[in-house]
Design a protein around this ligand. Sequence first.
Ligand code: MN
Length: 614
Amino acid sequence: MNNEMDTIVYRLGATCGIEDVEEGKTYEARVQGFANFGTFVLLNDRVKGLVHKSNQKLSHRERDPIVVRVLSIRKNGNIDLEEVTPAIYHTQTVVRKTPAVRLSDLASKIGRTVMVEGEVAQIKQTSGPTIFTIVDETGTENAAAFIEAGVRAYPEVVVGDMVGILGEVMQRNNQLQIEVASLAVLSPDEADTVRERINRALDDRAEPEEIPFLVESEVLEKLRPELRKIAKIIRKAVFTAQPIVLRHHADADGISAAVAVETAVIALIRESGADFDAENYLFKRAPSKAPFYEIEDVTRDLDFATKDSVRFGQKMPLILMMDNGSTEEDEPSYRMARVYDLSIVVVDHHHPDASVDQFLEAHVNPYHAGGDFGITAGMLGTELARFIFPEVEERIRHIPAVAAVGDRSEAPERNRYLALVADTCSEEHCKEIALALDYEQFWLRFNDGREIVRDILNLNRNPERHARLVALLVREANLAIEEQLRASMPHVQEQLLQNGARLFSLDVEIYAHRFTFPPPGKTSGEVHDRLCRRHAGSAVVTLGVGPDFAVIRSRGVLLNIPRMVRELREEIDGGGVNGGGHLVVGSIKFVEGMRDTVIARLIEKIGEYPLEHR
Ligand code: MN
């Protein structure tokens, strides 16, 4: 007889089968039920044995723990057990002898019964079976479990559990699926081992390829590690079936950036084997009117995410901010997102405030690398998209050129990206696309207009429709701009500032059509462009003034709009001043009753900034 301290009692792993049980060994088990001749016990959810009444020591109730020794395993699979009652023992978990099948290998196993292991990424109750989306290091597949139509199978399983599933591999509507025979949550030990294995492999798989940028750029090279980091986070989200919400500024640059990434993410979702509908619930692109994450936007995102989590058993999303997200103004929304532990990553070219970084997992911004807003979000987005899914390059390589002209980049990269596509997409056509995007987004409001926007950017492989649509939108946009300027230009007032700049102001509330294209910001920009042409060689600042806001456009003055906003906020008591944007292009808000005070002080400040040496 052994010393009792040496007694080992085995614990059968959740995915083990009868082939993992050995005669003579002792196991922890659970009482399942009673018969005249003895007690049925479960060694795990799949393996059952019988303790004949002559071999029982204690009396039990259903679900009681019981320790048993295996007397024999019969050819027909019946297991004979005897109850044992060691006073002291230690336990050891039995690991499956035959390794689990990897999800990427299921296609070669149709019609066969397999064991798979992985993380539950989503649980969706249909009117028929319960669908568990399982992720391992090689892919994503669905497992269907059925107890009764519309009734949740395995209610104890939650999103994030590591499970072992035994089932038959089927093909339905061209889609692989496992028909669940048994599904068990792995024990903490087993789960740790499997999770570690999957994470390590996923980490490798998510690592982006090392590829050169489309153009030469010192700033981009410095941003490479952070761009790759964001690409990896996005790839990992796709591989683990975590939804992605892409929030972007609703202008030509922001849309370009977002659509480039959208194209890559959807291609990656399709390739990674998720079901055909996955791209609709795993990726959402949402334009934001303001160049920052408004409370209204984060509230909407959280509302959807929490409901999807409850209703469809989805993970909480990764938030990707593009062409916004870098400034203090984003922080109230970030604080809100933090309550729900959302991960946020930012790709922006607005002048960044360092205080946002405490909320972000990663942050690409040309100002971090000695660059400026001339490296547009659309350039960054296109390079990011290539890291996410390199094969999309051919389709999106004109996007940085569109973004460059849309945001009036003056960086050297502008002409390099334009030259890259000069044979297929002229500078003139890039400008038309940018204008068409701005015009169409005005009418789309908060909608992403996914397919229309793809037609405008010529991503739908229908060049004829692209050409007709862009031509039409450009004509309509130009007519609307003409009409607006005919009304506005005569009301522009000029004054000379002490620094020698010419300041033009226009009341866009009373001298422009409202609630139509172009909106006040764009109207001010168009007015500014005309004034710049009319006063070539001069420093020009244009103010589009509304009842409680002003839009600032400038040329030739070294402004710092975020700083002016901060100063006005401190200096004007009761002005309610806030706002921001780029250094020389931006907007400012205030309370209506303080408009004259704020504008007068703003103009004074503009007159204090030095002129650019031209
Ligand atoms: Mn931009």
